[in-house]
Design a binder for this molecule. Structure first.
Ligand SMILES: *[C@@H]1O[C@H](CO)[C@@H](O)[C@H](O)[C@H]1NC(C)=O
Ligand SMILES: *[C@@H]1O[C@H](CO)[C@@H](O)[C@H](O)[C@H]1NC(C)=O
Ligand SMILES: *[C@@H]1O[C@H](CO)[C@@H](O)[C@H](O)[C@H]1NC(C)=O
Length: 182
């Protein structure tokens, strides 16, 4: 999730349907750094069985979300998994929430629809409610066909229009490794 170039690669991979990710991905950790007064995210990564971890829990949205919020996503990875993160040009530039839900979300929603009740494509404004994640497995096909191996940190920031400091910051950590290694 994903710059226009990364996104372009992703869309191409999806549309021709023959290039599949050559790596495995797995959730590692989830953190909310602030913004619990707007949305309280109680998600955690748990071991599902010996080889798979899943994301589970609830997200309590406490106010209407529409273009009064903007979303931006950036990614960094640590090849040694030692907290020295390098920014990676896979991102979504800051976008108004309804514009995001009408457009980019179309590419990602299919990976969430079976394990959560997140808003459908074009469903905006989003009314206050509790969203759940029911043992979501991270799917490598959601990503561009190549990613460096290591520990990844996806930072999802929500902003008020015209303000540069995010009101909400959540971080999703996941591992990327050669197929069969995780
Ligand atoms: C773990 O669960 C997944 C999903 O149900 C399944 O595909 C996989 O075979 C399981 N692995 C083990 C080691 O049980
Ligand atoms: C979601 O479920 C549908 C129906 O069972 C299935 O066709 C689809 O492949 C699933 N999507 C993902 C990303 O697993
Ligand atoms: C939320 O946390 C991030 C990371 O610590 C910080 O950069 C940002 O300023 C915080 N936002 C507010 C409104 O305090």
């Amino acid at each position: 999730m994903l710059s226009s170039s990364a996104l372009g690669g992703l869309l191409l991979a999806v549309s021709i349907g023959s290039i599949w990710a050559s790596f495995d991905v797995m959730f590692e950790k989830f953190e909310q750094l602030n913004g619990t007064e707007i949305v309280s995210v109680k998600l955690r990564v748990r071991k599902y069985n010996r080889t798979i971890s899943v994301l589970a829990g609830i997200m309590d949205l406490k106010e209407v979300a529409d273009n009064n919020l903007e979303v931006g996503i950036r990614c960094a990875y640590s090849s040694k998994g030692n907290n020295q993160f390098n920014q990676y040009p896979m991102k979504i530039a800051r976008t108004k929430m309804c514009d995001f839900l009408n457009n980019d979300w179309r590419e990602y929603y299919p990976y969430f629809e079976n394990s959560s009740n997140l808003p459908k494509v074009g469903e905006c404004p989003v009314q206050p409610m509790e969203f759940y994640f029911n043992d979501m497995v991270l799917d490598s096909n959601m990503f561009p066909p190549y990613l460096p191996h290591g520990l990844w940190r996806m930072s999802i920031s929500l902003y008020r229009p015209g303000v540069d400091i995010p009101v909400i910051l959540v971080e999703v950590y996941f591992k990327v490794a050669a197929v069969g290694v995780l």
